[in-house]
Design a protein. Structure first.
Length: 44
């Protein structure tokens, strides 16, 4: 029973991929969304 728990915990604690914050990409997407919303008339 103890070994099963250790195996389950080991499987759940698999290394997670870290994502780096990309401020430039965020700004690009924000500008794209703003332009699209402006063109369809949702914002002025």
């Amino acid at each position: 029973m103890k070994q099963k728990l250790h195996r389950l915990l080991r499987l759940q604690s698999a290394p997670r991929h870290t994502t780096l914050f990309n401020g430039q990409l965020l700004d690009q997407k924000r500008e794209d969304v703003h332009l699209v919303m402006y063109r369809i008339g949702l914002i002025r």
